[in-house]
Structures are given as C-alpha cells and as structure tokens.
Design a protein around this ligand. Structure first.
Ligand SMILES: C[S@@+](CC[C@H](N)C(=O)[O-])C[C@H]1O[C@@H](n2cnc3c(N)ncnc32)[C@H](O)[C@@H]1O
Length: 394
C-alpha cells in the first residue's frame, strides 16, 4: 500500500515539476497526462493495472479544467493565431469535409428508414453540425426529398455551458431547421463525451460526427463508448481531427520548448522548423537556458539525441511542423499581450496510423481518410477526416 501511494506521488511530482519548470511559457504545457497514453512510457510513466484508473481520472481532470473556462475571446485569439500560422481556414475545411460526408450518409438513412439520429461529439458552438445540416439541406433539395420522412434527432455533446447553448442556437437557425424544424428534435448534453454516451441507448445513433474534439481523451476509452451508441449494422462515425505526434516524447517536446523560450528569435524558430521537417539542424543552434533545464530534467543527452522525428513518414513530419507553427503563433499572440494562454499545448493528438489502430481496437473499420490541404503550404496529415463503419465480425 505504502509503495503504491509513493509511486503515485512520484508521478504527481513529475507532472508538477514539468508544469513548474515551463511556467515561463506564454502557452503553458499543461499536465503531461494530457499526452496520448501510448506516450506515457516515454515521459517516464508506466501504466500498470494498479495506477491506470488514477492516471485516467487525472488526465480527464487536466482536460476539464481547460474547457470549463474558455470563452469566445479566447476562440477569436486562437483563430487569429491559426490564421497567422497559415492554418486559418483548416478548421472550416475540416468541418466542410465532415459535413459533406455526413450529409450524404444522412440522406441515405432518411431514404432507407424515414428517420435519423445524429450525435455531434465536442460540438463547440455548432460549426460541425451546421456544416452537416447545410450540406444535407442542399442534398434534400437536389434530390427532391421533400417532407416525405418522419423525424430527425440531433444530439449535441459539449462540456462548456456557453458553447452548448450557442450550438443549439446555431442548429436552430440553420436553413435545414427552417425547412424541417417541425420534425427535428435538437438536444444538448452538457457533459464530457464519456458520460454523455453512457446516457444513450445501445445502437441508437445512425451517425456520430465530430471535429477537433476526439483528441481530448488520452486513453481513447470514449471510442468504445461511441461504438456502443452507434447502430450496429449500418452506423458510421465521421470525424475530423488534428493528427501529429509532437507530444510523443520529451525528446520531441524539447524542440517546442526550445522555440517557445525564444519567440523573438525568428532565425532560431525557422531552424527548428526545418529540423522538424527534414532532420537537419543549423550549426549555429544555441540552446536556451529553459530548453537546457527541460532536457536535463529528462536526462536527455544533446550530443546523442539525434533526430527524434526520424521514424516518421514525410506526411507525419509535415504534420508536426504544422502544429509547431500553430503553437508558435499562439505563443506570440499571448506574449505580445503579456498574457498567458488558458489553453495548454499538450494534447492527445495522435498520428493517423495510431488513430486507425485505436478505432480498430474499439470495433470500427476505417473506410477512408482524407487529408485536408491548404494553399499556404503542406501540412501532411495534420488535418484529416476519417470515415469509420462498424466491424461486422464483432
Ligand atoms: C476545438 S473545439 C471544436 C468544436 C467544433 N467541433 C468545431 O469544429 O469548431 C473542441 C470542443 O470539444 C469540447 N470538448 C473538450 N473535451 C471534451 C470531451 N471530453 N467531450 C466532449 N467534448 C469535449 C470543447 O469544449 C470544445 O468545444
């Protein structure tokens, strides 16, 4: 018992140490338990049968603190930073792609069954549902579907009170709702997805949609809960998300820390960006005091660190370079205002191959995935939409 407690205490100490050590950053790193659980080992945390519940609860709490207190001003700041990083419309493009896939599926469902049930996980203020309903409205018109169908059910899941009421409003103001509102029920569930999904009847959802939200769960337990809620034979899960592996290990995170600690040194930032993309570092690289402290804490020897991105494919490297640009831009936005970001850098983004693995483990088959491309430059697999069906052998 004593040794169990002392092991948890040592993990907690590591979490606190890292938060404290990086407290100078305009964008806090956040708890290292927010990283994907598969990477905990690299951060010096082994998951055991004794500590897994504790780790899961701690990581969920670390996510909850963020979403409870974020507001529109913050969204605007982050969108502006994304624009400055050349990633401006990526979120809108992700939503458009999720929306058009989901709408085609919904039209088919309406024609087959006469009704549909859709759930939007991490609905935010409603853009993912809106993109879907706008596309569905167009398809209904183009296919002369008319009012010859029974009913639709739209469930919005979102832990932020402010956002969920705005999401409901967004849906109720949509053209689809103006045309079919009498037969469409809209329901908001103000909870994290794991608890919300437990409230639903097994197999009661035809399509689950989501954008930029699935990565808020280090353990991916929500994918199993989602699988249970979706209709077994024909149901689908259509999800857009950010896919990179910057938080895979302290060796990769080191480069984010190194850049964040010298935001005014554009030459250094460009050198690091080049290194993430192709593994070549400029000879003149000088380590900042903050980066050194972080590196030494994790016992990383700079002489032998090599290229921690070397096992990645070109598209995976580009994805990391894209998320790096995004955080540098957010960092600059907050540091220019002498403010600290209320959103944390570490998130459970995972490469596409890992997400596919996790979807498979939860009982899904990934039919197709589509990378979003932008004119401002290549971002590899950073923004990808996946369409998953239910594996029939299960
Ligand atoms: C980046 S926003 C995306 C919102 C919207 N889907 C869009 O495309 O703009 C992520 C949303 O997920 C919500 N979220 C965070 N953790 C969640 C969880 N565990 N379950 C459900 N939603 C969550 C956040 O409150 C936030 O509104």
């Amino acid at each position: 018992m004593i040794s169990k407690i002392s092991k948890l205490e040592s993990i907690q100490k590591r979490i606190n140490d890292v938060e404290e050590m990086t407290s100078w950053s305009p964008v806090p790193l956040g708890s290292i338990l927010r990283a994907p659980a598969y990477s905990y080992d690299a951060w010096g945390i082994s998951i055991t049968s004794e500590n897994s519940t504790w780790l899961y609860v701690r990581s969920s709490v670390a996510y909850m603190t963020e979403w409870g207190k974020t507001d529109q001003r913050l969204n605007d700041l982050v969108s502006k930073a994304a624009e400055e990083a050349g990633l401006g419309d990526v979120n809108a493009l992700l939503n458009r792609s999720v929306g058009s896939s989901a709408a085609a599926f919904l039209l088919d469902t309406i024609q087959r069954k006469g009704h549909f049930a859709m759930i939007d996980i991490g609905a935010g203020t409603g853009p993912t549902s809106l993109a879907t309903l706008d596309a569905l409205n167009e398809l209904m018109l183009a296919n002369k579907q008319g009012k010859n169908w029974d009913y639709g059910k739209i469930i919005l899941v979102e832990p932020s009170k402010d956002r969920i009421s705005r999401a409901i409003e967004t849906v109720e103001k949509s053209a689809f709702y103006a045309n079919y509102g009498k037969r469409t029920q809209v329901k908001g569930i103000l909870k994290m997805e794991i608890s919300a999904l437990k409230l639903l009847k097994r197999g009661s959802i035809d399509v689950a949609i989501s954008n930029a939200a699935i990565h808020h769960n280090a353990f991916n337990y929500h994918l199993k809960a989602l699988h249970s809620a979706i209709e077994r034979k024909t149901g689908q899960f259509i999800s857009g998300d950010w896919h990179d592996s910057m938080w895979h290990s302290p060796e990769r995170a080191y480069w984010m820390i190194a850049a964040m600690s010298r935001l005014n040194d554009q030459e250094k930032i460009d050198a690091i960006l080049g290194f993430i993309k192709n593994g070549k570092m400029s000879e003149s690289y000088k380590e900042s005091r903050e980066a050194k402290e972080f590196r030494e804490y994790f016992g990383i020897d700079i002489e032998h660190m090599g290229d921690p991105f070397s096992q990645l494919s070109v598209r995976e490297r580009k994805a990391n370079a894209g998320i790096f640009r995004f955080w540098i831009s957010v960092g600059k936005a907050f540091s220019d205002r002498n403010e600290k970001s209320p959103i944390f850098m570490i998130e459970a983004h995972e490469p596409v191959s890992k997400r596919v693995e996790n979807l498979n483990a939860a009982g899904f088959d990934v039919l197709r995935h589509e990378e979003i491309s932008i004119k401002e430059g290549e971002i590899g697999e950073l923004a990808t939409v996946m369409r998953a069906t239910m594996r029939q052998a299960d």
